[in-house]
Design a protein around this ligand. Sequence first.
Ligand SMILES: [Zn+2]
Length: 297
Amino acid sequence: MKNLFSKLIIIACMVLIASGGWIAGRGLMPGAMNPFDGSKASQDVLYQMSLGPRVVGTQAHANVVKWMVAELEKAGWEVDVQDGISMGHPIQNVIARRGSGHPWIILGAHYDSRLAADQDPNPANRILPVPGANDGASGVAVLLELARVLPANLNKQVWLVFFDAEDNGDIPGWDWLLGSRFFVSQLDVKPDEAVIIDMIGDANLDIYMERNSNLTITQQIWAQAADLGYQQQFIPKFKYSMLDDHTPFLKAGIPAVDIIDFDYPYWHTTMDTADKVSAKSLKIVGDTLQSWLQQPE
Ligand SMILES: [Zn+2]
């Protein structure tokens, strides 16, 4: 299937080049895909790392918000920053919108990084912030590259939501999921589906089905990955039950899925750095979501 798919793409490219070029061809063919660039997503991970840990209340956190808004606007999305207070902490979710009506799909990822690396094997490091290359930056990078490559005419309403303050649970004065809980509490109308990505950049990518997620959408996404030849990375078996940004959606009765590789030995340690993340893994997740979103209804 993988080889056949590649050959078809090559033939399609040749036909498009022969008929006046890729860009002209893309404009004429609403279903044609603008390829997801894994190396661009990887650069976006490096950029976030260059800001420093994106801990709530820090300058790096303010800088990443400003940068995400600018990137999304450049890609032609309508962007809002949603301000709120949760457990006394000011939070900011970044919301990029395109299209209207139904189906209405939300793709989400948290952009904050955890303020304490409490799983670090070295006790002296446990008061340091998590660098958050995989746990934070990877999901943001995939959503931003999707913002650049998704066509404007998807025949559905799509929101890309960058959640704040997901990752400070089990720390005094905090809880998990502050940003996504606030976001769901502010919804007047329910979206049809929400898909969360978290920790999806591990160079050694093993994404199992998550037990709390909506089964139908999970099966659709894993089947899409298999069609693209990614069945080694999207493993069609259940493993973990996660508390993640999909949880507030599920509690509100909104079908939601968590795409997460929880087999990551650097989770909540100071070793969650950019060398653990690969462009290939980012592309596998980006390609899968792009194809899933571009399926006709
Ligand atoms: Zn985390």
